[in-house]
Design a binder for this molecule. Structure first.
Ligand code: OOG
Ligand code: NI
Length: 471
């Protein structure tokens, strides 16, 4: 195979995202209606707000907005995660961030990570991300009949057909890329593994026992494969979309309930809300027919990624429910206070030869990179844009789980605490997850490190472009 026949991972990801959206449109017609509402609100917003349009352009969001989605899937075992990790690598999607859903307020026997791409050009091309949660056997309820049911259902399960593993192995020989024909095959073979197959190998009374203990367990264990449970479009005005959904009875949306920060002039992080779990008809193995709510709708509005200092401030404001100090700031104040991650770029037409930066002799007298960036900004040679928050919020995720697994009275109180770790083995949930990812050759990235390296790289590119030496 010639290297130029190989499909770029980011292109493969955009195919996958489009196929997933197509699948979900067919399976959940309300999703199509939701996309129409979101698209209309986004268009109206852009028509009336030229500054917002420019801001989106600067932050690389304008072109990707209409296609932007995140999905979520709940896996039954570490083995399923190994399969999924190897597959997503071919799409340039890597695990970023650790979410412990066993902690309050979620109290669920799972932990999670977000698979996404980590470079600006790849994100701009296709921002598709997947929130992947994994059942933790060490946190299952103590009831032996439940443990037994979980074990037998999950042990016999494979996420993908064997041909997917063969293609993944084939790609490993070519820098994790595939020729066009095989790449198309891969997507075609993988997509059905994310569909909801509404049949259960359990009897209705087994299902009832599981569901009584935890609807989450029933959702993960009662079906032949894990399924995508929502696909979320990005809106520019979540309050407007929410109002439109509440006004339209088909959506069964409830007013309020938006997770994340309150509305602000310069939005940070992530605001989201979920609604309307769709009830599916499920044939059980004993011939009876039951109901299970497997999928739901969700919308999100994304803002700037915040630094650790920004995140600490956000957490403080959230705890005290007093937002003044964070929500009144404009982008420049957020940047100069070191609260958000940004990317620097040359203004169009700025050239090396129209920039004057004094360059003293001797290494120690050279300016720091930050001094040069400040001067170039002040001279109008550079501009900056906030980086989009590409990740999730643990508290919001907990809220999303809770609202789609029934009311909090349904909370699983029979959860075990983690059993004591074996000597020399993983100690924390994060270490457990890292060990599983390592089996697929992946490393769990810290989201702050990803944003930081994007910002630093953009600074280096700017000073290099203008040929300026720094300390
Ligand atoms: C995932 C919930 C988390 C989000 O947007 O925070 C999530 C799930 O319910 O499986 O998707
Ligand atoms: Ni979500």
């Amino acid at each position: 195979t010639q290297p130029d026949d190989l499909v770029e991972p980011r292109e493969l990801r955009s195919w996958f995202a489009a196929s997933m959206s197509e699948l979900y449109r067919k399976e959940v017609p309300l999703y199509s209606s939701l996309l129409d509402v979101v698209s209309k609100v986004n268009q109206d917003k852009l028509k009336n707000d030229a500054a917002l349009r420019q801001e989106l352009e600067n932050s690389d969001s304008l072109a990707r907005l209409g296609l932007e989605r995140h999905g979520a899937i709940r896996l039954g075992s570490d083995d399923e995660l190994v399969e999924l990790t190897a597959f997503l690598r071919l799409l340039d999607m890597h695990p970023v961030g650790y979410y412990d859903l066993s902690a309050p307020p979620a109290h669920l026997p799972i932990h999670a990570t977000c698979f996404r791409s980590v470079t600006p050009s790849s994100l701009k091309y296709s921002p598709f991300r997947l929130f992947v949660s994994i059942l933790r056997p060490d946190l299952l309820p103590a009831d032996p009949s439940i443990r037994q049911m979980v074990q037998t259902s999950i042990r016999s399960r494979k996420l993908f057909p064997p041909e997917v593993a063969q293609l993944v192995a084939q790609a490993a020989l070519h820098n994790h890329q595939l020729p066009r024909h095989s790449a198309e095959q891969l997507i075609k073979l993988a997509i059905p593994s994310f569909a909801f197959h509404a049949r259960s190998a359990l009897t209705s009374s087994e299902y009832a026992l599981l569901a009584k203990s935890s609807l989450l367990l029933a959702d993960i264990v009662a079906f032949p494969n894990p399924h995508i449970n929502h696909l979320t479009p990005r809106t520019l005005d979540i309050d407007a979309v929410q109002d439109a959904l509440v006004a339209d009875p088909t959506f069964e949306a409830k007013a309020g309930g938006i997770e994340g920060p309150p509305p602000s002039k310069c939005p940070i992080l992530l605001r989201q809300t979920s609604f309307c779990a769709v009830e599916e008809t499920v044939p059980f193995s004993d011939g009876t027919i039951g109901k299970h709510a497997a999928r739901f709708g969700e919308i999100e509005q994304r803002g700037a990624a915040v630094t650790p200092a920004g995140r600490a401030l956000y957490d403080k404001m959230l705890a005290s429910n007093s937002w003044g100090a964070l929500l009144d700031k404009d982008w420049e104040a957020l940047r100069t206070s070191g609260l958000i991650w940004v990317q620097y770029r040359p203004v169009p037409g700025a050239q090396k030869d129209n920039v004057v930066v004094s360059q003293p002799e001797g290494e120690t007298l050279l300016p720091t990179i930050d001094q040069v960036i400040s001067q170039l900004l002040a001279d109008g040679k550079l501009f900056y844009a906030h980086q989009i928050y590409e990740d999730f919020l643990p508290l919001s995720a907990a809220g999303i789980f809770q609202s789609n697994l029934g009311t909090s009275s349904h909370r699983d109180t029979s959860l075990c605490t983690a059993s004591s770790p074996t000597p020399g083995g993983p100690v924390t949930g994060r270490e457990q997850l890292q060990d599983v990812l390592a089996r697929a050759g992946a490393v769990l990235r810290d989201e702050m490190e990803v944003y930081k390296s994007v910002e630093e790289q953009s600074k280096r590119e700017c000073v290099e472009l203008f040929g300026i030496k720094t300390r």
